[in-house]
Design a protein around this ligand. Structure first.
Ligand SMILES: Cc1ncc(COP(=O)(O)O)c(C=O)c1O
Length: 359
């Protein structure tokens, strides 16, 4: 068999997918991945290092991460039965798409949004039914409800706050959708600690609602790979059947428990990031940009015809941001994660310089 014959044997849905790839760049100020700018306090790291040194590495992690589930349950004001934890919320999205979709039913996706949804949908051989946002990039709830009523068994995926636009669904809008939709509603709330309505209270009323969340953003834990889903216990029990055994390594499990026990200390970055976001948003509004979109997350999206030269200028000056212009509706758009106060100051200084140089 030659290589081409072997390639031909790969599942066609995978073969036709576009690669999801982020080139590694060694740039001092990283504002391209919506990460938290702050690392963890040294005392917490020392505690974790001590645990990792002592814990036997030849043994599997717990089959059910009970303690972690308890900690997540406490944080979410739910019971451990309402939770599945995994290797980032990305893993949870895959489990949910496997469990809640069928090849014959399209999955409703609201573009522009997180790229991974469509990759997973298409990779699993499902069809994405795309609903577009309003011109100002807010959600078009009327169109979403219309798509739901025409596809009552479809899984609906909405991200709120949305990556990369920062827009949100309000409580009333979520209720309105849930009151009408007969299928499952997957609400990705990876950024909800930074703003927007947290839909956890609605889980009691709507068994078709599933929420995904993560420790990667507000909890400063992107390197841990720890995400979780929340839903009605009976639904969670079914989805759990497809979760890989031992999907969380003992390090991440332990660190996540520690993180949740230092909730206040770690969440305090939120009170640092929200004012920085506001400051950056107001500053961006003073620049000759085409649009700056309000955001409830830890990033801001804006549009400028100068996107290539601006992106390059910032990169040459040690600041990496994200070009999101290939997303649907986001022609000429860039996205900047809200960094630390120092990073934000440097960014604003460089942006001022860029526009001054053009005069
Ligand atoms: C909207 C959204 N959902 C999920 C994720 C994945 O998060 P995790 O690090 O928990 O896999 C991201 C990551 O950037 C995201 O933007």
């Amino acid at each position: 068999m030659n290589l081409n014959q072997a390639l031909e044997l790969i599942n066609k849905n995978i073969r036709t997918l576009k690669e999801y790839y982020l080139k590694p760049e060694n740039i001092p100020v990283k504002l391209n991945q919506n990460e938290n700018p702050l690392d963890w306090p040294q005392n917490i790291k020392n505690d974790v290092a001590e645990f990792v040194r002592k814990r036997p590495w030849n043994r599997y992690p717990n089959f059910v991460p009970d303690e972690l589930k308890k900690a997540l349950a406490g944080f979410s004001s739910l019971s451990p039965d309402n939770i599945i934890a995994g290797n980032g919320s990305n893993e949870m999205l895959l489990d949910l798409l496997i469990s809640l979709t069928e090849p014959k039913e399209p999955v409703i996706v609201c573009q522009p949004t997180f790229t991974l949804y469509q990759i997973l949908i298409e990779g699993l051989g499902r069809k994405a039914l795309i609903e577009y946002a309003n011109d100002d990039l807010t959600y078009n709830v009327e169109h979403i409800i219309d798509a739901c009523s025409k596809n009552p068994e479809s899984l609906l995926i909405v991200c709120s706050p949305n990556n990369p636009t920062g827009s949100v669904l309000t409580e009333n809008q979520i209720r309105e959708i849930l009151d009408k939709h007969k299928g499952f509603f997957l609400l990705d709330q990876a950024y909800v600690e930074f703003g927007g309505y947290s839909a956890i209270p609605l889980l009691q009323e709507y068994p078709n609602l599933i929420i995904t969340r993560t420790l990667s953003k507000a909890f400063r834990g992107a390197g841990l790979r720890l995400g979780y889903m929340l839903g009605t216990a009976e639904i969670i029990r079914e989805i759990n059947k497809i979760k890989l055994p031992y999907n969380i390594n003992f390090f991440s499990e332990y660190v996540a428990i520690v993180a949740l026990s230092h909730k206040k200390e770690l969440e305090e970055t939120i009170t640092l990031i929200q004012p920085q976001r506001q400051k950056l948003y107001e500053f961006l509004k003073t620049l000759p940009l085409d649009n700056v979109y309000p955001s409830s997350a830890n990033f801001i999206c804006f549009r400028t015809e100068l996107k290539d030269s601006l992106f390059q200028y910032l990169k040459e000056n040690g600041i990496l941001i994200r070009d999101v212009s290939s997303y649907p509706m986001l022609e000429n758009c860039l996205r900047i994660s809200v960094g630390s106060e120092e990073e934000n100051e440097l960014l604003m200084q460089k942006l001022t310089q860029f526009f001054k140089n053009r005069k």
